[in-house]
Ligand binder design. Structure first.
Ligand SMILES: Cc1ncc(COP(=O)(O)O)c(C=O)c1O
Length: 392
């Protein structure tokens, strides 16, 4: 029987992330694949969610989100980035960043409209564009620099182009785009009157003294940018699925019309908890980034020792590494056999690409894991490295 799935979604039936997590469990392999953190959510936030449930706050939250969270999001954007956001008209709370991204694309993209993504791209962008009946155009960023190619970007723009999807800090490459790159991107968006959908879920996970700059903070960009984020990564609460999108009131009102057809409202008790978290001290945010930076350094030191080339990540949970020297010239095949045969899980970068020729031997490894998990993963990879004593 042919698949009942509509044709535009047929390329998205299986998620490589679920497949790899399943294999990790099946073979009890060290999971450096899926990007969920090993550490738990702050106790104070868990307590707030529990108290909310115990006190009976268990019915629908307002469709646009609880006022306490919308105010906390607006205040967070002011405090960290100097952005002025009206919590009543310019913020929409969603079921994770995922719903924010999909609802935004559905709200703004007519069938046949084109949306540009940089490649590699987070897989949800492609499926969101497909659900909307849009056309995805990609601009490759190449290992190991993963720099934005502005000539390539300009070549992809035409009369049907509606939006550019940006992810900063970037999954899977770990890039934190420079202000110079963001300015060039902003200039192109303004020149061609494009909307920028900016996914900033890793905004607090940047290293080496860098700071995150939302593209909405650049001159002329607030009016044409929809900024998406969520509490999942910042507060190690990926299972709570509290996300948001903010931007000008007209755009937010359009996204709300779609969001309300998808889920109407997000879970209430978690919204109070994330609102509290967004108001935590600067020390909390800095400590989270520092802790993750030390895990990154542990994994990078291991890769360096084994001799695996990688792209230095300045943010996120991830590093992209080239496993051709470990027998992984075909990284997809390598990742499929790795859980069973090598006892370790990685994700092929081809899962983030529409064209795979420039990423065939690249894998994404996650370091948002306990140090002992990272060390165990390094040991598994080291066992695959050619023995220098046996080299010609
Ligand atoms: C770049 C990026 N955007 C969005 C998401 C999804 O965020 P959420 O869990 O809040 O839906 C993720 C999760 O891995 C991500 O890496």
């Amino acid at each position: 029987m042919s698949s009942p799935l509509v044709s535009r979604m047929q390329g998205f039936a299986d998620s490589i992330f679920s497949e790899m997590t399943q294999r990790a469990l099946q073979y009890d392999a060290v999971n450096l694949g899926q990007g969920f953190p090993d550490q738990d959510t702050p106790a104070a936030l868990k307590q707030i969610a529990q108290d909310q449930i115990a006190s009976g706050a268990n019915q629908y939250a307002p469709g646009i989100g609880k006022p306490v969270l919308r105010q906390a999001i607006a205040e967070h954007q002011r405090r960290f980035y100097g952005l002025t956001v009206d919590p009543d008209t310019e913020v929409l709370v969603t079921v994770g960043a995922t719903e924010a991204l999909t609802a935004t694309v559905l709200a703004l993209v007519e069938p046949g409209d084109e949306v540009i993504t940089f490649e590699p791209f987070f897989d949800i962008y492609a499926s969101a564009i497909a659900v909307a009946g849009g056309v995805q155009r990609t601009v490759p960023m190449l290992f190991p620099d993963f720099a934005m190619d502005f000539d390539g970007l300009k070549e992809q723009i035409n009369d049907r182009t509606r939006a550019i999807m940006l992810n900063n800090p970037h999954n899977p490459t770990g890039r934190v785009f420079s202000e110079e790159e963001l300015s060039q991107l902003a200039a192109i968006a303004i020149q061609h009157d494009l909307i920028v959908i900016s996914d900033e879920v890793y905004e607090h996970l940047v290293f080496d003294g860098l700071t995150h700059t939302p593209i909405a903070a650049l001159p002329g960009m607030a009016q044409r940018t929809l900024t998406v984020s969520s509490g999942g990564k910042t507060f190690s609460a990926t299972g709570w699925k509290v996300g948001w999108v903010h931007g000008n009131a007209e755009l937010i009102s359009a996204v709300k019309a779609v969001k309300q057809a998808m889920t109407f409202a997000a879970s209430g008790p978690f919204q109070d908890a994330i609102a509290e978290g967004l108001g935590f001290s600067d020390k909390f945010f800095a400590a989270g980034a520092e802790d993750l930076q030390s895990r990154r350094d542990l994994l990078l030191a291991g890769l360096t020792e084994i001799g695996i080339p990688f792209a230095q990540p300045a943010g996120t949970y991830f590093v992209v590494a080239d496993v051709s020297g470990l027998g992984g010239a075909d990284a997809l095949a390598f990742c499929r056999r790795a859980p069973k045969e090598y006892g370790v899980v990685a994700v092929p970068v081809s899962a983030f690409c529409a064209t795979t020729d420039h990423s065939a031997s690249l894998v994404r490894l996650a370091y948002c894991k306990r140090p002992e998990t990272i060390s165990a993963g390094i040991d598994k990879l080291a066992a695959l490295a050619p023995d220098p004593a046996k080299m010609p």
